[in-house]
Write a protein that binds this ligand. Structure first.
Ligand code: AHR
Length: 560
C-alpha cells in the first residue's frame, strides 16, 4: 500500500471543511470538524484493470461445501434447480461470481474425474481425502459424503452449477495420483467437439450432460504440490508441470494453465520453480497463465504459539487483540504479493506469468460450524467482512499483478459467503462486501493514498500497531469507486477525500458497520448484518466523510 507521512499529507487539506454528511451509519447531518485523516485519489495514476476474476470462488469436496451446500439433488425438498441449491445460484448471480475453482484443494489430488461421469447410480464410492482429518467436529457421523465420496456431483453437475450461477470453471487437476494422459483426457472430455470423441459422447449422455463442449479455459496443474499434492520439491514440480502441459489438445480454446504456487512466504518454492523453468527455456513462461499463492489468516497465537492447531481462534468468540491480529495476518497479503512478484520477475522478466491467489481467507478452529458434517465450517462475523475488504482492496492495488483470486471457500467452509443446511440458508457479512465491491470489477484501478492515525492495541503484554485506514480506488467512465476499511473498534475516522485530476460532482455511500464486531447472520436472523446506503453531501469545500468504527465503506463518486 502506498503510504505517506500523515503530517505531510494533511498539510494540503483545508481544515474545518464545510461538508456535511447524513445517513444511518455515518450519523445525521452535523457540522463537520477538522478531519483526522485523509484520502487522496490520483485518477491519472493507473495501476491496471481489475480483473473480475479477482472475485473468484473455491468449492472443494470437503465437509458441507458440495453436498448440502451446492448440491441437494433433483429430488430434494430444498428448492433447487436441477439439483443445485437455487438460493445459492441466485445470490451468486447478484455478485456476478466470475469463476469457481473445483474440485479442490487437497481433494483434487486424490480425485479421479472419471468417477463423476456416467449414470449416477453406477458411480463408485471413494474415500475422501479428508476422511481422517483431526478437524472433524464433535458429533460428526463416521460416514456420509464428507468421508466417502458418492460422486453424485461430478464434472457435468459442476458445469451445470457454473452455468446456473453465471461463473466460469477453473478445474484443478490431479497431479499426485493421475498422470499426464488422464489430464489430457479430462481436457478431451470437457472441451472436445460434440460427437468427435468417445469422451464427448459420454459427456453428452449425461446425466446433466452437454452435447456442446464446455470450453473451459482455466486448468490448475496440481494443488499445493509442495504438500498434500505430492510433497514435491519445486524443481521436481517444475518437471511435472512441464510434462503435464507439454502437449494437450486445445479445441480452439485459449487454455490458461495455473501452476501450483507457494504457501504463504515459501519464497524458495517460487524461486525453485521459476529458476528451473527458466533453465529449461524462457519460452516456457508463455505457457503459464498463473502462479498460485495460498495465504490463510489463521494465526491468532498472539506470539505465544505458532502451532497450526493451538494458535487458531474461535470464529465467534474473540478478544479485541484477536480481532486485530486476524486483520494483521490477512494484511500480510500485500507483502506476499510484492515479494513473490519480485522473484518471478527475476526469471520471467516480462512478467508474462501473473499471480493467482487461489486460496485465501480466515481459518478458525472447529466449534462454530452450523452443522457437524461441515468439516472446516465456521461462522463468519463482521471481523471476516473486514478481512475480505482489506484483502480485495489489496488485490486492486496490485491489479497489474493479480489475475485471479479465489476465496476459500464458497459455502459452509472457512471464509464462506454462504451458510446452508438442508432448507436453511443465509448470506454472511463477507457476501455483502463482495456485493458492495462489484463496481470495481473490470474497472481501472488508480492510485489512492491514505493517511490516518494508527490503531494501537495490546498483543499479550506488548503494544502493537495497525494502519488506521486503507482501501482502493477504481474508475469506470465518470464513476469513481472508493472502498475503505476502518479497522478501529471504537473510533470513527473523519477523513477528507480529495480527488486529484477530476472534480467530485456527487457521491453516495454504502456502509457495512455494526456496533458489535461479533455481529453475524444466522438461519434464525439472516439479516442481522446488512449494508446500508447513506447520503453524502457534496458542497463547495472538500468532501469530508466519517468512516464508522470497524466498518467497510464504498463511496460511489461521480466525477465532473
Ligand atoms: O481450503 C482447505 C484446504 O486448505 C485446501 O484443501 C488446501 O489446498 C489448503 O491447504
Amino acid at each position: 500500500m502506498m503510504t505517506v507521512k500523515r503530517r505531510e499529507f494533511l498539510r494540503g487539506a483545508a481544515a474545518g471543511s464545510a461538508a456535511l454528511l447524513a445517513g444511518r451509519v455515518s450519523g445525521l447531518a452535523r457540522p463537520a470538524r477538522a478531519a483526522d485523516s485523509r484520502v487522496e485519489v490520483l485518477v491519472g495514476e493507473e495501476i491496471g484493470t481489475i480483473n473480475p476474476d479477482i472475485y473468484g470462488h473455491f468449492a472443494e469436496h470437503l465437509g458441507g461445501v458440495v453436498y448440502d451446500g451446492i448440491w441437494v439433488g433433483e429430488n430434494s425438498k430444498v428448492p433447487n434447480t436441477d439439483g443445485v441449491r437455487t438460493a445459492l445460484v441466485e445470490a451468486m448471480k447478484r455478485i456476478k461470481a466470475p469463476v469457481v475453482r473445483w474440485p479442490g484443494g487437497c481433494f483434487a489430488d486424490s480425485y479421479d474425474w472419471r468417477d463423476g461421469t456416467g449414470p449416477r447410480e453406477r458411480r463408485p464410492r471413494r474415500t475422501n481425502f479428508w476422511v481422517d482429518a483431526p478437524e472433524w467436529p464433535a458429533g460428526a457421523p463416521a460416514d456420509g459424503p464428507g468421508r466417502y465420496e458418492p460422486n453424485h456431483f461430478g464434472i457435468n453437475e459442476f458445469m451445470r452449477f457454473c452455468r446456473l450461477s453465471g461463473a466460469e470453471a477453473y478445474l484443478a487437476a490431479n497431479l499426485r495420483g493421475l498422470g499426464a494422459q488422464e489430464f489430457y483426457e479430462w481436457i478431451e472430455y470437457v472441451n472436445s467437439p460434440a460427437g468427435a470423441t468417445t469422451w464427448a459422447d459420454v459427456r453428452a449422455a449425461g446425466p446433466a450432460g452437454s452435447r456442446d463442449p464446455y470450453k473451459v479455459r482455466f486448468w490448475g496443474v496440481g494443488n499445493e504440490s509442495w504438500g498434500c499434492g505430492g510433497n514435491f520439491t519445486p524443481e521436481e514440480y517444475a518437471a511435472e508441470y512441464r510434462r503435464f502441459t507439454a502437449a494437450v489438445p486445445r479445441y480452439g480454446v485459449d487454455l490458461k494453465f495455473i501452476a501450483s504456487g507457494a504457501n504463504v512466504d515459501d519464497f524458495n518454492w517460487t524461486r525453485g520453480f521459476f529458476s528451473k523453468t527458466a533453465e529449461k527455456g524462457n519460452f516456457l513462461f508463455n505457457g503459464i497463465y498463473g502462479w498460485g499463492l495460498h495465504h490463510y489468516a489463521w494465526n491468532l497465537g498472539l506470539g505465544k504459539t505458532n502451532d497450526w492447531f493451538a494458535a487458531k481462534g474461535d470464529g465467534l468468540k474473540f478478544s479485541d487483540a484477536e480481532y486485530y491480529e486476524l486483520l494483521r495476518e490477512g494484511d500480510r497479503m500485500e507483502s506476499l504479493i510484492n515479494q513473490h512478484w519480485t522473484i518471478m520477475g527475476q526469471y520471467d522478466r516480462q512478467h508474462r506469468v501473473k499471480l493467482v491467489v487461489d486460496e485465501w481467507g480466515a481459518w478458525y478452529r472447529k466449534g462454530s460450524e452450523v452443522h457437524p458434517t461441515h468439516l472446516l465450517g465456521q461462522q463468519s462475523t463482521m471481523r471476516d467482512a473486514l478481512l475480505a475488504s482489506l484483502t480485495l482492496d489489496t488485490f486492486h492495488r496490485h491489479a497489474d499483478k493479480v489475475a485471479m483470486a479465489n476465496v476459500a471457500q464458497l459455502v459452509n467452509s472457512l471464509h464462506a459467503l454462504f451458510l446452508a443446511h438442508e432448507d436453511k440458508f443465509t448470506l454472511t457479512p463477507t457476501y455483502h462486501v463482495f456485493e458492495m465491491f462489484t463496481p470495481h470489477m473490470g474497472a481501472r484501478a488508480v492510485r489512492a493514498l491514505f493517511s490516518a492515525p494508527e490503531v494501537r492495541y495490546m498483543r499479550v503484554d506488548k503494544p502493537a500497531e495497525f494502519w488506521g485506514l486503507a482501501g482502493s480506488a477504481s474508475v469506470n467512465g465518470k464513476q469513481l469507486t472508493l472502498t475503505v476499511t476502518n479497522p478501529h473498534l471504537g473510533e470513527a475516522r473523519e477523513a477528507e477525500v480529495a480527488v486529484r485530476g477530476a472534480r467530485i460532482e456527487s457521491a453516495r455511500a454504502r456502509v457495512l458497520a455494526e456496533t458489535d464486531v461479533h455481529a453475524h447472520n444466522t438461519f434464525a436472523n439472516p439479516r442481522a448484518v446488512e449494508p446500508r446506503d447513506a447520503q453524502v453531501k457534496v458542497g463547495a469545500g472538500p468532501l469530508v466523510y466519517r468512516f464508522a468504527p470497524a466498518s467497510v465503506t464504498r463511496l460511489s463518486i461521480t466525477l465532473g
